[in-house]
Design a protein around this ligand. Structure first.
Ligand code: ZN
Length: 274
C-alpha cells in the first residue's frame, strides 16, 4: 500500500465511532487531532439536548457532514408507518438546526413483513417526507445495509435497489449513502456506483473482519479486514464523488480503547488503506 500524503482534509468520523463519549468530548477530541468533519448521531444530541448540541458544533471548527439517522419506514401497522414519517421529519429539523446538509436514511424492515412490501412502503415513506426535505433544502441519503440486516433494519440491501428508488423518486434532494461495510460484496458494485454518479452523497468506511463475531458491534478498522476500500473509493471518485470519507466503526473492542490512541489509529489507517 502506498501511503497518501498527510492530508486529512476529507476525513470525517461518526460520533458513534466514539459511542461512549459525549458530544462535547468528541468535538474537542476531533479538533485536537485535526479531524475536520463530523457526522452526528441523534443519540449524541438527545443526551444533551438540541440547543446545547447546536452550540457545541457552532463553536467548533468542525464541518457537520450529516445527521444519522431517519427512516425505519416499513410496518404492518399504518399508525407505526405514520409515526416513522413524523420521526424522520423531526430528524430532518434537527439536521437543519445543527447545520447538517444531509440526513442519512436507514430505511427499515419488519420481521414477517414481506421484503417487496417493505420496499414499497420505503418508497412511499420517502415520498411522504420529501416535501419537508425540499422546504428545508436538506438532502436525504438512502443507505443500503448488508443483507444480514434485512429482517429488522433495512429491506434495501444493495446499491442496485437504492439506485432504483432514487431513479423512481427523481428528486435533487434524494441520493445514496455508500458504506463499504454494507456493499463490498455486491456483484455489480462498480457498475452501480457508476450508475449512481453524482447521487452519491456520502461515503462510509470501516472493514469486515474474518471471522466477524457480532452482527452489529464487531466492525474492523480499515485495513483489518477484506474490503477493498481504496478500490471502492476510486470507483466512487470516478463517478464524481468529492465529499468527506467518513469513518464509522461500531466496535466493542474499540469503544473500550483509550480515545486518543483509537483516533490516532484511525488517522494512520486512513492514510494507509483508504
Ligand atoms: Zn454507514
Amino acid at each position: 500500500m502506498v501511503e497518501r500524503l498527510q492530508d486529512f482534509s476529507r476525513l470525517a468520523i461518526h460520533t458513534m465511532t466514539f459511542k461512549r463519549l459525549d458530544l462535547r468530548t468528541i468535538v474537542s477530541l476531533f479538533q485536537k487531532h485535526g479531524v475536520p468533519g463530523i457526522t452526528v448521531w441523534r443519540e449524541h444530541i438527545h443526551d444533551i439536548g438540541l440547543g446545547e448540541a447546536k452550540q457545541i458544533l457552532r463553536d467548533s471548527s468542525l464541518k457537520v457532514v450529516s445527521l444519522c439517522r431517519g427512516g425505519f419506514f416499513p410496518s404492518a401497522s399504518a399508525i407505526e408507518r405514520e409515526k416513522a414519517c413524523v420521526e424522520t421529519m423531526k430528524a430532518m429539523d434537527e439536521a437543519k438546526e445543527i447545520g447538517a446538509p444531509l440526513l442519512v436514511l436507514v430505511c427499515g424492515a419488519e420481521p414477517g413483513l414481506p421484503l417487496a412490501e417493505a420496499r414499497q412502503q420505503i418508497l412511499d415513506g420517502i415520498q411522504k417526507v420529501l416535501p419537508h426535505a425540499k422546504s428545508l433544502q436538506l438532502c436525504l441519503g438512502i443507505e443500503p445495509l448488508h443483507p444480514m440486516y434485512a429482517d429488522d433494519r433495512s429491506a434495501i440491501n444493495t446499491l442496485e435497489q437504492a439506485n432504483n428508488i432514487v431513479t423512481a423518486i427523481h428528486s435533487e434532494w434524494v441520493g445514496i449513502v455508500l458504506d463499504v461495510y454494507h456493499l463490498w460484496w455486491e456483484p455489480w458494485l462498480q457498475s452501480e456506483i457508476m450508475r449512481a454518479e453524482r447521487k452519491i452523497m456520502a461515503f462510509h468506511v470501516s472493514d469486515w473482519k474474518t471471522p466477524t463475531t457480532h452482527l452489529l458491534n464487531d466492525r474492523g478498522m480499515m485495513g483489518e479486514g477484506c474490503i477493498p476500500i481504496r478500490q471502492i473509493r476510486a470507483w466512487a471518485e470516478q463517478a464524481g464523488f468529492r465529499g468527506f470519507i467518513e469513518v464509522e466503526i461500531f466496535s466493542e473492542r474499540y469503544w473500550n480503547s483509550p480515545p486518543d490512541e483509537f483516533i490516532q489509529r484511525i488517522k494512520d489507517a486512513y492514510l494507509r488503506y483508504v
